[in-house]
Design a protein around this ligand. Structure first.
Ligand SMILES: NC(=O)c1ccc[n+]([C@@H]2O[C@H](COP(=O)([O-])OP(=O)(O)OC[C@H]3O[C@@H](n4cnc5c(N)ncnc54)[C@H](O)[C@@H]3O)[C@@H](O)[C@H]2O)c1
Length: 456
């Protein structure tokens, strides 16, 4: 990794130095901010936090307590900040129902937004528009809550210096399930998540771990390199035993990753006819079931739609979509293959949300995963399990290093954070969705893309 924190990004490296940065500014070229990522023992925030109340603000008090418990210095109000820049600004707008409420929100937020520190966090808390829109005055209430979406996406584009802006829509009865999403989005773990709405619902009761089971067990497909290897590392850091799965041809790399994370390696081609049975039996026999399943293995075979032959189509749909479906079915159908409360996380892509030239096969597979997650969430919730997807944007991996230079440079600059993300950014989001605290998030797609223009 480069010393400056812009690995494989020569331009980012150049302009992050004093003279390079000054020259880029003079020429009106982008100067990507250096993002603050998670490091053990670091401060939770880059400055004090303030929790603003837009109206009745029913969750503000809890949020202030949670932020303080996570290590934030929570100020009584904005005036208490003195000259200090703010590490986090959280606004409880869950009670906003009238157009005038948005005006009051602007008055409240603008002075605080102006004073965010580098790598600061701005988090708006809203209601779920459909819930706010029930009863008399419902249409206006729903419109106002939807308005928060445009506000957040715009502020994320205006934010400077690595500051992120996100929206949590708090469903009725979400209660304590809001805590973990607030902590995650305010933390350095969410450095590449911005301009995102996410819905938080009530968390299902967490089933008791089986007696004698000390560590959670996670399986990650495609773990030999890139994003999969980073996911294995972060899950291990968070205390899980990670079963790292990949094809036989990746054997040496796979063994290295498994050793590094003190997990275990499993040779598995996810498209093999017996893969569902092999995986389910492995997890049942060796571990008494998996707590976390990450469908990460993915491939591209890019070419224009008319030039896509059956091989290029079938291989991409086979690895990226059919395999997660079949593996999940096999795991759900095998008693003991999954631990109570298991979490699934799928790797989608912003190109699946927006479409991409030359990637009709890939985009179909990645959009298919979104449908998969949405369809599976309800039935899984009845079994106390959850499933979500992460949609990475431009991430610096061997996959994107293989792109031609011009599209690669355009791709990495076309986000509000003006740089490619790192595999660890995706891994942090996956590990958070897989964590016990994230129980209020289900059937959703979390973009990890620095608010990329694609599919925004
Ligand atoms: N890199 C990005 O910018 C980006 C953006 C959006 C989404 N994604 C998605 O994230 C995931 C990981 O991407 P990456 O960039 O790390 O890719 P990568 O090519 O670096 O790694 C993919 C891994 O999957 C493994 N794999 C491929 N086919 C397999 C099979 N049949 N069975 C088991 N393992 C198999 C490969 O051996 C490899 O280790 C993919 O699903 C990809 O589509 C990546």
């Amino acid at each position: 990794m480069a010393r400056t924190g812009f690995p494989d990004d020569l331009y980012g490296d150049l302009v992050s130095s004093g003279p390079g940065g000054a020259a880029a500014k003079r020429l009106g070229l982008p100067v990507p901010p250096r993002l603050r990522r998670y490091a053990p023992g670091q401060e939770f925030l880059t400055g004090p936090a303030v929790v603003l109340r837009a109206g009745a603000a029913p969750v503000a008090d809890d949020v202030a307590v949670w932020l303080a418990a996570a290590g934030a210095h929570v100020l009584a109000d904005l005036d208490a900040a003195g000259d200090e820049r703010l590490g986090a600004v959280v606004v409880d707008a869950t009670a906003a129902r009238r157009v005038e409420d948005l005006g009051r929100l602007r008055e409240l937020l603008a002075p605080a937004f102006r004073r965010t520190a580098r790598n600061g966090r701005v988090l708006l808390l809203g209601a779920v528009p459909a819930e706010a829109g029930e009863g008399p005055g419902g249409v206006e209430a729903r419109a106002v809550q939807q308005g928060l979406d445009g506000l957040v996406r715009s502020l994320a584009k205006e934010a400077r210096g690595g500051t992120t802006v996100n929206l949590l829509r708090v469903a009725e009865g979400a209660g304590g399930a809001l805590r973990s999403p607030v902590e995650f989005l305010c933390s350095a773990r969410a450095a590449f998540v911005s301009g995102q709405p996410l819905l938080v619902g009530p968390a299902p009761a967490v089933p008791a771990a089986a007696p004698g089971r000390e560590r959670r067990v996670a399986v990650v497909t495609g773990a030999a390199r890139g994003i999969g290897a980073a996911i294995a590392e972060v899950l291990a850091r968070e205390g899980a035993h990670v079963v790292c799965a990949d094809v036989a041809a990746a054997g040496e790399q796979l063994a290295r990753v498994a050793n590094r994370v003190r997990g275990s390696a499993l040779t598995l081609d996810v498209t093999a006819a017996d893969a569902p049975r092999v995986l389910a039996e492995h997890l049942r026999r060796r571990f008494g079931g998996a707590d976390v399943v990450v469908h990460n293995a993915g491939i591209t075979r890019d070419r224009s739609f008319v030039n896509l032959d059956a091989e290029a189509w079938d291989s991409v749909l086979g690895v990226n979509l059919a395999a997660p479906l079949r593996l999940t079915e096999g795991l759900l159908g095998t008693d003991g293959a999954l631990a109570p409360g298991a979490r699934f996380v799928c790797l989608s892509s912003i190109n699946g949300l927006a479409g991409a030239k030359g990637q009709a096969n890939y985009a179909a597979s990645k959009a298919g995963l979104v449908g998969f997650v949405q369809a599976l969430a309800g039935p899984l919730a009845q079994r106390g399990m959850a499933v979500n997807a992460v949609a990475p944007g431009f991430i610096e991996t061997p996959m994107t290093a293989a792109m031609p230079p011009v599209p690669r440079e355009v791709g990495r600059r076309a986000s509000s954070l003006q740089q490619g993300g790192l595999p660890v950014d995706v891994a942090e989001a996956v590990a958070w969705l897989a964590s016990p605290g994230a129980g209020g998030i289900d059937g959703q797609v979390l973009r990890v893309c620095g608010q990329h223009l694609t599919g925004a």
